[in-house]
Design a protein around this ligand. Structure first.
Ligand SMILES: C[S@@+](CC[C@H](N)C(=O)[O-])C[C@H]1O[C@@H](n2cnc3c(N)ncnc32)[C@H](O)[C@@H]1O
Length: 298
């Protein structure tokens, strides 16, 4: 993960400690994460485009479900295509990032719908695909990797913004997908960042091994976020359209504070501790800089 652009960490003098930095940046972590966080752009070895096999396999596994949902669409419900020769079907990928996954997903949805239209209505509609992600996403790379206009069956557009708010006018979309993106919260819950709160997570960036209050604060945030997401999509998707959400989960029997599915996981899986260590190192870096700092490559 990358913090998208050089983030000026104000004019903190090196004599001021981590404490000051923490208080200053709490504001960003709590409310402004969507402005700075994004997947690593470009297409070099460290880019998301070259490191997205895990979400790719999740998409492959869920593909039959998505295709079945599309096949079950009642086309007459949301388009009178026989009468409206200029009918356009609009599809959105919410949290698209960059690279193959989003391109392949849009392609799959368009192809499936195109064949269904030809088969059931004898006509081929036009398609508009909206690639949507946070403004910090590398849309330039994404657009550079689009197939040539002559070979794809859709018009493409980018929609920058958070999917926890409205992104489209009312009843605009016929199919909206969000793949491996809704596990991102809109913000770090305030209580987790508040040293006076029982849910204070001691500056850690990882919920694993945290106490009950921390877990509850994250769960509450997650619930609020998901509700906002659904409320917005309800407005934007046409009657009879599809919202397809793919997100990570854990079995009910597994405690939420045990994120790695193994009671002894901190010892066995260095990931959780590495994440914390990386965060602490970044904080130290900001402390050392005289007038500013750049967060990169978390
Ligand atoms: C792991 S990537 C998944 C990308 C792609 N869907 C895939 O399956 O490969 C998660 C994406 O969700 C985006 N994202 C996170 N929070 C978001 C939000 N509030 N609104 C829009 N996009 C968001 C991130 O910027 C990131 O590009």
């Amino acid at each position: 993960m990358e913090l998208s652009r050089p983030m000026t960490i104000s004019t903190t003098s090196p004599r001021e400690g981590l404490e000051t930095n923490y208080e200053e940046h709490k504001q960003t972590w709590a409310g402004g994460l969507h402005r700075v966080l994004c997947m690593q752009g470009g297409d070099d070895d460290g880019s998301y485009a070259k490191n997205s096999e895990a979400p790719a396999s999740a998409i492959t596994l869920s593909k039959p479900l998505l295709l079945t949902a599309i096949q079950s669409l009642n086309l007459k419900l949301f388009s009178r295509i026989e009468e409206e020769k200029d009918c356009c079907i609009r599809i959105a990928d919410l949290g698209c990032a960059t690279g193959y996954n989003t391109l392949a997903t849009i392609d799959m949805v368009v192809e499936c719908l195109r064949k269904k239209y030809i088969h059931e209505c004898g006509v081929e509609p036009e398609f508009e695909a909206f690639f949507s992600d946070l403004p910090s996403n590398d849309f330039n790379s994404l657009f550079r990797s689009l197939p040539a206009a002559t070979t794809r069956h859709y018009y493409a557009a980018g929609v920058p913004g958070s999917f926890y708010g409205r992104l489209f006018p009312k009843r605009k979309l016929h199919v909206a997908v969000s793949l491996s993106a809704l596990n991102w919260l809109s913000q770090i819950p305030d209580a987790v960042l508040d040293k006076r709160s029982a849910a204070w997570n001691k500056g850690r960036v990882w919920i694993h091994g945290a106490k009950k209050e921390v877990v509850e604060a994250y769960a509450k945030q997650s619930e609020e976020d998901l509700e906002n997401f659904l409320r917005c999509r309800k407005e934007e998707i046409v009657h009879g359209g599809i919202l397809f959400m793919l997100m990570g989960g854990r079995p009910g029997f597994q405690q939420p504070e045990n994120q790695l599915g193994d009671p002894d996981s901190s010892a066995k899986h260095p990931f959780a501790t590495s994440m914390d260590q990386a965060w602490q190192d970044l904080l130290k870096m900001t402390k050392r800089r005289e007038t500013g700092s750049i967060f990169r490559n978390i």
